[in-house]
Write a protein that binds this ligand. Structure first.
Ligand SMILES: Cc1cc2nc3c(=O)[nH]c(=O)nc-3n(C[C@H](O)[C@H](O)[C@H](O)COP(=O)(O)OP(=O)(O)OC[C@H]3O[C@@H](n4cnc5c(N)ncnc54)[C@H](O)[C@@H]3O)c2cc1C
Length: 417
């Protein structure tokens, strides 16, 4: 046997799998198709790497939709505080932001990757780059992988090839074919954590708002007039639509044609309250311009102007001259609660080239959550985003990759002959 454990993919899942296996004394080989490892890790969190999140493991589980239950053993095995300790003990202390995200204090994803690679070097794992695995199969005594150049045999094989998003970092979906080759079912994949393109009829008024962010907005999703989802988080205007955590986290429950309702006033007061305030304003400060009135509601200048254009009100119109229907439209756009929020129909969702994660993947019912081992093929393991797991923004995806990787690695090592 060439190696005890062969790992396909050197992202956070594969690297942590290798650490878990090598710590147990296994002879580990990591095969990475790109010329260097961890390319997605390096671009994560805009190059700063939001590695994980603060909070209890129980709170974590709610951030992965249906997959939370499956992740339980992995997350309890390597929880956020253990991950944080792993890096601080290796010279990369983490720092928490005010909204609970954990980053390396240096704000350099490179430091996270380097610490992992140094650890693997120390443990004697063999990491080979430029080695794309094309196929894998069972042999009489274990499993074999074939790359473009070589063939290796190992007692256990860990598939950690990532999903389909950001394919330029190396994750183009190869792992699904490898898994399917062993008889695994693949849940249909789609982009997750992806920005929204808004219908131009309305959004054309907001194009100039690109770069403006609404802090901690409560966003609702309506489909055929019925509310189907809701979330909270920062919302960022882009040139084509909306992004930011408040939109990305909701994107997994969005379809083209849905309507996003986004309160534009920071405190998202109820509609009746906004209308009453607008009315009082027209009575007591009738000479103020409509733009000034909106700024008093806390809107950024550019956003105030865009909103007025969208409802057909001149920005220098005096408050006293605001007609009832315009007041109503403004109140609706500014307010939160039931009916409130500016309405942006979804024209398109960002594709895999823009998505930060992949929905779908290796069917969880065919993988043992306590070991990350295939229920169909003994010795075959899966870790990270190749699984049907996707989490919210905020560090949940890298944490899931590291935790599932570590669990897979430790159990794969136990199979060594
Ligand atoms: C722009 C961006 C920003 C992000 N920011 C964050 C963040 O701040 N926090 C967070 O928690 N998550 C973030 N994510 C998500 C997170 O990076 C991923 O969920 C995580 O990297 C998944 O880890 P993985 O190891 O499963 O897969 P990947 O990181 O995709 O690694 C898989 C590896 O396998 C290799 N590979 C694929 N096929 C083969 C093959 N046939 N042979 C050999 N090697 C192969 C790939 O080249 C790749 O290196 C971000 C994602 C993107 C795209």
């Amino acid at each position: 046997m060439d190696f005890d454990v062969a790992v396909v993919g050197a992202g956070p899942a594969g690297l942590f799998a290798a650490v878990g296996a090598a710590e147990r004394g296994a002879r580990v080989l990591v095969l990475e198709r790109m010329p260097s490892p961890g390319r997605k890790l390096l671009v994560s969190g805009s190059g700063q790497c939001n590695l994980t999140h603060a909070g209890s493991v129980a709170a974590f589980l709610a951030r992965y939709g249906q997959a939370g239950k499956f992740l339980r053993p992995a997350l309890y095995g390597l929880p956020n505080d253990a991950l944080s300790r792993f890096f601080s003990e290796r010279g990369v202390p983490l720092e928490e932001t005010e909204n609970g995200k954990l980053f390396p204090a240096s704000r350099r994803a490179r430091d996270v990757l380097d610490a992992l690679l140094r650890e693997l070097d120390r443990l004697g794992a063999d990491v080979r780059t430029g080695a794309r695995v094309l196929s894998a199969a069972r042999t009489a005594s274990g499993l074999e992988v074939r790359s473009e150049q070589d063939r290796f045999e190992a007692t256990a094989l860990i598939v950690a090839t990532g999903g389909r998003s950001f394919p330029k970092t190396g994750s183009s979906g190869d792992g699904y074919a490898i898994a399917a080759g062993f008889g695994h079912r693949i849940v249909e994949t789609a982009p997750a954590l992806t920005p929204v393109e808004a219908a131009p009829a309305i959004f054309s008024f907001f194009v100039s708002c690109a770069g403006i962010a609404l802090r901690d907005a409560s966003v609702s999703v309506f489909r055929s007039g019925r509310k189907t989802a809701a979330g909270r988080g920062d919302v960022l205007f882009t040139h084509r639509g909306l992004s930011g955590p408040g939109i990305l986290d909701l994107s997994r429950s969005l379809m083209v044609g849905d309507e996003l309702r986004v309160p534009l006033a920071p405190s998202a007061p109820p509609r009746e309250e906004v209308e009453a305030r607008l009315l009082a304003e027209t009575a007591s400060h009738g000479k103020r311009t409509a733009a000034r009135v909106l700024r008093d509601f806390g809107l950024a200048d550019g956003l105030a102007r865009a909103l007025l254009a969208a409802v057909g009100v001149a920005e220098d119109l005096q408050a006293a001259a605001l007609r009832k229907d315009a007041r109503r439209s403004l109140a609706l756009a500014l307010s939160g609660g039931g009916e409130g929020g500016m309405r942006f129909p979804v024209a398109a969702l960002g594709g895999f080239d823009e998505a930060m994660a992949t929905r779908g993947g290796v069917d969880l019912s065919e993988v043992d959550p306590k070991r990350m081992e295939s229920r169909l093929v003994p010795g075959l393991f899966f870790a990270g985003e190749v699984l049907d797991v996707d989490g919210d923004t905020g560090g949940y995806n890298i944490q899931a990759a590291c935790s599932t990787g570590y669990l897979a690695g430790r159990n794969a090592a136990d199979r060594k002959s």
